[in-house]
Design a binder for this molecule. Structure first.
Ligand SMILES: Cc1cc2nc3c(=O)[nH]c(=O)nc-3n(C[C@H](O)[C@H](O)[C@H](O)COP(=O)(O)O)c2cc1C
Ligand code: SF4
Length: 587
């Protein structure tokens, strides 16, 4: 059997997602023959390989171009930010439609969800590499380079440079982290006492839900299983979030140590970093840090010389699916399957990776845990509120002068953040991404904290010039696109919600549509299977409650209007019959 062959996702061989990625790179698509070949190699049914290929955005069955352009459609790093339509410009300059590959096979063009470059403005992925679009001149320059078949290596390097703007450091980012110290402290204290320290610190998960980290580790430690696992959730897919990008680039050591001390506490020998596909450009630097840690005896066998303390970490790179940030979908993906969320309970702490006890934590949570292991729980609790100890690292983007990363003690007001990022004309802020909360001026004195405005890190500012209905439509499209399709309320409901918002924006909305939006929102929220569905209508519910005028002023009709434009639908028939007189129109 070949080294890479395995039907067991627990083996240390090539991961299915990585094998498929290599095929995609090599052939610009994954053909039926390739899927059959991979199925044979991995001893999997071809139906499973096909399901995986079809699930992830970065795999395609049809051929992509040699230059594959995916423009972000996020409200902060999307192709419309800055007032120009870069997608349209590419369409014209390259003579290719969105979603298609040019007939000569040279270039393909498409859209993708937020790529985590919101502090840089409009951005896209070129063959998976982030590129900052900047302005229309750059679009034309890119088109010229593509038409001249210029190798990506010869494109201006600065276009690919991702800068980290850390505009405010706090409890964690200010610390000078000494490699190995958190692990030495952990070994000195022992697993029980270090778990007590994490519990006493009041640390809560930074990925959004805010579950007690100490309790999660305790449940996992108590769970029986053949092996325990530690997973770092570096999927960072919530639009408007990029703080984990900074942590992965500049604070990887503390993240690794947070994972390792967690492993010591729960008794794990294996860990994973699930890195979002959009952050593949971070992979080699992360591998370098892992290698350095192994050389220093801080990862691998007998860590710091301690008998029976073996733990190692591998990185699995995703392939473009927001839902894989949800912990059970992430675990499915780690197991080489489509990222469809599991039914919970049971929770990952008892039945996670390979059905074994598994801790899944956000990057920032592990970073915080390592610092707590160094400085203690009392130090951590010097900041924050009673229910939200410590600090929160925010990704600030949108209509402000100073987008970037900001770290604050929990309890900071929205107004303070707006002042610091120089957002002088904000009419609204979306906190926690499209799945979070949309607030207006009357709420700017509220606090960022689990007990008030909870966020995984996304803080998007919308200035007075922004059309909030367009923002709602963008978010609705995002959820309709990212719904994994497993359950009907979410799969159908998110699409219907999007259609209703489109109808209102097109000037055909009625009061009945508002009623319908509210009914649909409740249905999606209540009956969906996972957190994506539970939160997918938040933005529109908030919009209707806090900015009703945005919807009201777009309602041009009071009576019933069909969900589609009948007259527009007849356009094709008019063209065929070459008629455009009044009788050929319904109006
Ligand atoms: C649709 C969806 C997407 C999510 N995306 C992320 C993500 O990108 N990163 C993350 O840490 N948590 C994400 N979460 C939350 C995770 O399911 C999980 O709660 C988290 O990783 C636990 O870590 P924590 O306790 O450290 O926050 C997402 C949840 C949902 C429902
Ligand atoms: S709620 Fe949406 S994302 Fe979650 S399982 Fe159902 S269809 Fe999939």
């Amino acid at each position: 059997m070949n080294q890479s062959i395995s039907n067991n996702p627990d083996s240390k061989s090539v991961h299915l997602l990585h094998r498929l990625y290599a095929l995609q790179q090599q052939h610009l698509c994954i053909s039926s023959e390739s899927m059959q070949q991979v199925a044979n190699e991995f001893c999997l049914p071809v139906s499973q390989v096909t399901a995986v290929v079809e699930f992830y955005t970065f795999f395609s069955r049809g051929p992509c171009g040699r230059y594959h352009l995916l423009l972000s459609n996020c409200t902060s790093c999307g192709y419309l930010v800055g007032g120009e339509n870069f997608l349209l410009q590419f369409t014209q300059a390259l003579d290719v439609s969105p979603g298609e590959t040019r007939s000569d096979g040279l270039v393909s063009l498409g859209e993708t969800s937020c790529i985590g470059m919101c502090d840089h403005g409009s951005a896209m992925l070129v063959n998976g590499m982030p590129l900052i679009l900047h302005n229309a001149d750059r679009v034309n320059h890119i088109a010229q380079l593509i038409n001249a078949k210029t190798s990506l290596a010869d494109w201006p390097a600065e276009w690919f440079q991702v800068h980290e703007s850390v505009n405010k450091k706090g409890l964690l980012l200010n610390q000078n982290f000494i490699p190995g110290l958190s692990l030495k402290n952990t070994l000195a204290q022992g697993a029980n006492e270090m778990l007590e320290t994490i519990l006493a610190s009041g640390l809560r998960g930074r990925g959004g839900a805010g579950f007690s980290t100490g309790q999660k580790w305790q449940f996992c430690r108590q769970a029986e299983g053949a092996g325990h696992y530690v997973v770092c959730n570096a999927d960072e897919g919530e639009p408007g979030t990029f703080k984990d990008r900074l942590l992965l680039r500049q604070h990887a050591e503390s993240m690794l140590e947070g994972m390792t001390l967690c492993a010591f506490i729960i008794g794990a020998e294996r860990g994973f970093i699930y890195l979002r596909g959009e952050y593949r450009f971070l992979l080699s630097d992360l591998q370098t840090v892992l290698a350095a840690y192994r050389r220093a005896g801080l990862l691998g066998q007998r860590i710091l010389g301690k008998e029976d303390f073996d733990f190692d970490i591998e990185i699995v790179v995703g392939a473009g699916a927001y839902i894989c940030g949800e912990e059970s979908a992430l675990i499915e993906s780690l197991e080489g399957k489509p990222g469809i969320p599991r039914i919970r309970p049971p929770f990952p702490v008892t039945h996670g990776y390979l059905n074994q006890p598994t801790v899944v934590n956000n990057v920032e949570t592990f970073v915080a845990a390592a610092h707590i292991a160094v400085h203690g729980s009392a130090w951590f609790k010097t900041m924050g509120t009673t229910q939200s100890a410590g600090s929160k690292i925010l990704s600030v983007s949108g209509d402000c002068e100073l987008p970037g990363v900001y770290e604050y003690p929990f309890g900071v007001s929205v107004q303070q953040v707006l002042q610091d990022c120089q957002a002088s004309d904000a009419q609204a802020v979306q906190i926690g991404g499209p799945a979070g909360v949309l607030i207006g001026k009357q709420d700017f004195d509220r606090q960022i904290a689990f007990e008030d405005l909870s966020t995984g890190g996304s803080f998007m500012v919308f200035g007075v010039h922004r059309d909030l209905l367009t923002i709602n439509r963008n978010f609705a499209s995002f959820f309709a696109h990212e719904s994994c399709g497993f359950c009907t309320p979410c799969r159908v409901g998110t699409q219907l919600l999007k259609n209703n918002l489109d109808k209102i924006a097109e000037g055909r909305g009625t009061r009945q549509d508002i009623v319908e939006i509210k009914r649909l929102s409740e249905l999606i929220q209540r009956y969906s299977h996972c957190g994506l569905g539970h939160t997918a209508a938040h933005h529109v519910i908030d919009g209707l409650q806090r900015f009703p005028q945005v919807f009201e002023e777009n309602l041009t009709q009071q009576s019933f209007m069909s969900p589609f434009d009948l007259d527009k639908t007849l356009e094709e028939a008019r063209q065929i019959t070459q008629r455009d007189d009044a009788a050929a129109h319904l109006k």
